[in-house]
Design a protein around this ligand. Structure first.
Ligand SMILES: Cc1cc2nc3c(=O)[nH]c(=O)nc-3n(C[C@H](O)[C@H](O)[C@H](O)COP(=O)(O)O)c2cc1C
Length: 331
């Protein structure tokens, strides 16, 4: 039997399939079902920086009360702030840790490094095995340079690392003018893992009602080409572990991403479409391919097709369809 174990940011995972952060990872029941169906870890639905800030303001008010002597005590969250999003998140972590044995990765959606990172410590204290920072600075501020936008990511990492000892990963989008060098620098910033890539709410237009809508909430299988290309390019140059997200649908996709050098893969859309039991199918497909090739562990083939190792490294950099659209036939 093939050994599917993998090490991802210091966590020993029984296989490379992680339940990605989504509405499906927001309850203990769902997390238990993920474990039962073979997921090796779960990333919780993100808590938003904004929600932590609201808690922070409440904390500050409470601390100004004379009777409030020990602001650091975790009891505070239980006694004073039952309904807050952070409290609920901490509760979810504690309950999930009791209910399952797979690692629980907490997730914070953050846009700045100001003040909130202290609260990352509370996620660690509640029992999170690791922390995934879901950072996105939309490069749409016309008064900011690329450098200014990118510095935010490094500041967030520096601040969070001051407060937590558990492994920290950064989940980023592909919106960067300098993605190769940017991700390489991030990998050297002290983080333990990089998740490539997040996928966001995207606007669309309803032409009948002349209004803006959200669109394409779920990914398309062809979108795997984005993490595939970039993990392939970066994996031999990265100082931290890489996990793939976006477009991972089946066992074949997982094989491809491990061949590019990924340590783990995250799934969301395919679970929305096919249910949690689809993880079992993905694992069977992965194992069956390994058996067919005679591979007994993921290390046997990890990174074999990375940009540095493949026989055709230029294919990773090729962008234009020169050959294909010269005529009508693109086969
Ligand atoms: C309904 C929904 C909710 C999501 N919520 C989050 C979230 O809170 N935090 C996060 O980092 N990613 C979130 N994601 C993004 C997924 O974790 C994942 O990165 C993205 O959907 C691409 O992977 P996929 O192709 O497997 O769907 C969400 C995705 C979906 C579809």
């Amino acid at each position: 039997m093939a050994n599917l174990e993998t090490q991802y940011m210091g966590l020993k995972l029984k296989n490379p399939i992680i339940a990605a952060s989504s509405g499906l990872t927001n309850s203990v029941e769902d997390i238990k079902e993920f474990e039962e169906n073979g997921a090796s870890a779960v990333v919780l639905k993100s808590i938003f920086e904004e929600e932590i800030r609201i808690q922070m303001e409440k904390d500050q008010k409470e601390m100004q009360r004379e009777s409030f002597l020990y602001p650091e005590t975790m009891d505070f969250y239980d006694n004073y702030a039952q309904d807050d999003a952070l409290t609920k998140h901490l509760q979810l972590i504690r309950e999930a840790k009791k209910a399952v044995s797979i690692p629980i990765i907490a997730s914070v959606n953050c846009v700045s490094a100001e003040k909130w990172p202290y609260y990352a410590q509370s996620l660690q204290d509640a029992g999170a095995d690791a922390l995934e920072l879901n950072v996105f600075v939309l490069p749409s501020d016309f008064n900011k340079t690329c450098d200014e936008n990118e510095k935010v990511y490094f500041k967030i990492i520096d601040e969070v690392k001051k407060y937590v000892k558990i492994p920290v990963s950064l989940k980023i989008s592909h919106y960067s003018s300098n993605l190769g060098s940017f991700t390489q620098q991030l990998s050297h910033s002290g983080i333990d893992g990089l998740v490539l890539f997040n996928r966001f709410y995207s606007p669309d237009i309803d032409i009948n009602n002349m209004s803006l809508l959200s669109s394409h909430v779920l990914s398309n299988p062809s979108e795997i080409s984005m993490p595939l290309r970039w993990i392939g390019i970066i994996s031999d140059r990265s100082a931290c572990d890489l996990a793939a997200s976006t477009g991972v649908n089946d066992g074949e996709d997982v094989v491809k991403l491990i061949l590019t050098g990924a340590k783990a893969t995250q799934v969301a859309t395919t679970i929305y479409k096919n249910g949690k039991s689809h993880i079992k199918t993905i694992l069977e497909e992965l194992e069956s391919w390994m058996n067919q090739k005679g591979y007994t562990s993921l290390e046997d083939f990890r990174g074999l097709m990375s940009q540095e190792k493949t026989e055709n490294p230029a294919a990773y950099y090729r962008m234009q369809f020169m050959k294909y659209f010269a005529g009508k036939n693109y086969k």
